[in-house]
Design a protein around this ligand. Structure first.
Ligand SMILES: O=C(O)CCC(=O)C(=O)O
Length: 376
């Protein structure tokens, strides 16, 4: 009995600490700085949640007793208190928030687990997602599939296929058959390789990715784009929701797939865990990027990111990371320009948001059909 109480105390402490960390608190900061980062509301709601867990009366087995549920209050979004003069969305419809972004997500994970809708590992991953804004599926993609997709990338270049490319060094958009072969050795991305490469499509909509994205979105999954990198992108910290604004706010998930082991000098993906709870920038009543406000938005993201710890993602080949549409992330600087960082980044919508846009089935998921231009 005593052990169970100690365990409950430890669990409550653990959850309260990870929540506070996700809201920007850190042992390196003074109390006053922590109050500024987390906000009074954050501190109070963290304390209330842990007290609630501790004060639940134990049943005869020492577990928290199931009491009749009180009428549910509208779930409150979990947001980091703003510290900024930039325009931000101060009131968003509660229905825009996904179930893992509102107070009570822990109980909902427990409920799904008890009902057999998710397994133990999925419950752990979903908790990590709620707190940090990302989760990792280790060794998810079979090596053979990563090899086949890399062979397809080689074929795109050796056969100079008509695949769309974004050249990251000068912002040019073209097709592989229109650019000089030397473009391959500098940072670039191949767009939507899944349309022409069977291996890329199998990775894009791998069943474990689809399963987790489906749980997060609470819907069938539609893959909407894939980007294939051979080098680090060196993209500044940014938030995908602004550029790939989903039809319904917040309903977008991204994946990042390592096609080889990531070395520190290759410009790894960088993440700011917890930053998905920042209030979105307000582009004048819309979430979607407006060129005139872009410099101000970039300043907003650059100012806010340091409120959270930076993480460099040193993945192993076959690992998959899923990140929240509002998580701040980017590509770190490449220290060795000769070092490749072969990877894919992909994005997914909920099927109910896709409407009439043509989409084709693949396994338990779907992918957006787009016209594929052929060079013949
Ligand atoms: O892979 C990277 O370096 C960054 C990818 C990225 O930021 C994105 O696809 O949104």
């Amino acid at each position: 009995m005593e052990n169970r109480v100690t365990q409950r105390l430890a669990n409550a402490r653990e959850r309260a600490l990870s929540e506070l960390k996700a809201r920007g608190a850190s042992r390196q900061k003074t109390l006053a700085e922590n109050v500024r980062s987390v906000g009074v509301r954050g501190l109070v709601s963290g304390a209330v949640a842990s007290a609630r867990e501790l004060l639940r009366a134990p049943d005869s087995n020492g577990r928290a007793a199931a009491s009749p549920p009180p009428p549910p209050p509208p779930p409150q979004p979990i947001l980091v208190d703003p510290i900024t003069d930039h325009p931000i969305m101060r009131s968003e419809s509660p229905s825009s928030f996904l179930w893992l972004d509102v107070e009570g997500y822990e109980a909902e994970i427990d409920r799904k687990r008890a009902a057999g809708l998710i397994d133990r590992q999925e419950a752990v991953l979903l908790r990590e997602w709620a707190v940090n804004g990302y989760l990792v599926l280790r060794q998810c993609i079979p090596l053979e599939l990563t090899e086949r997709s890399l062979a397809d990338v080689d074929a795109v270049w050796s056969e100079r296929k008509h695949v769309q490319i974004d050249v990251l060094t000068d912002g040019r958009r073209a097709h592989v058959d229109e650019v000089d072969a030397s473009v391959r050795s500098a940072p670039h991305k191949l767009n939507d390789l899944y349309l022409t490469s069977d291996a890329a499509r199998q990775i894009f909509l791998h069943e474990r990715i689809v399963r987790m994205v489906g749980l997060i979105l609470g819907d069938e999954v539609v893959g909407c784009n894939s980007l294939t990198f051979e080098f680090g992108s060196q993209q500044p910290p940014h938030i995908d929701h602004v550029y790939m604004t989903p039809p319904a706010p917040r309903r977008l998930v991204a994946s990042w797939i390592a096609l080889e082991d990531v070395r520190p000098e290759s410009g790894p993906l960088a993440l700011w865990p917890g930053s998905h709870r920042l209030r979105p920038f307000d582009f004048g009543g819309t979430y979607h990027y407006l060129p005139a406000l872009e410099p101000q938005h970039t300043r907003y993201v650059a100012e806010q990111a340091p409120r959270f710890p930076e993480m460099q993602y040193l993945a192993k080949r076959g690992d998959v990371l899923l990140w929240h549409a509002l998580l701040v992330h980017g590509g770190s600087a490449i220290a060795n320009p000769g070092r490749t960082r072969k990877s894919m980044a992909c994005h997914y919508f909920a099927r109910r948001d896709v409407g009439p846009a043509p989409h084709a089935p693949f396994g338990l998921a779907w992918y957006l059909e787009k016209p594929v231009a052929h060079s013949e």
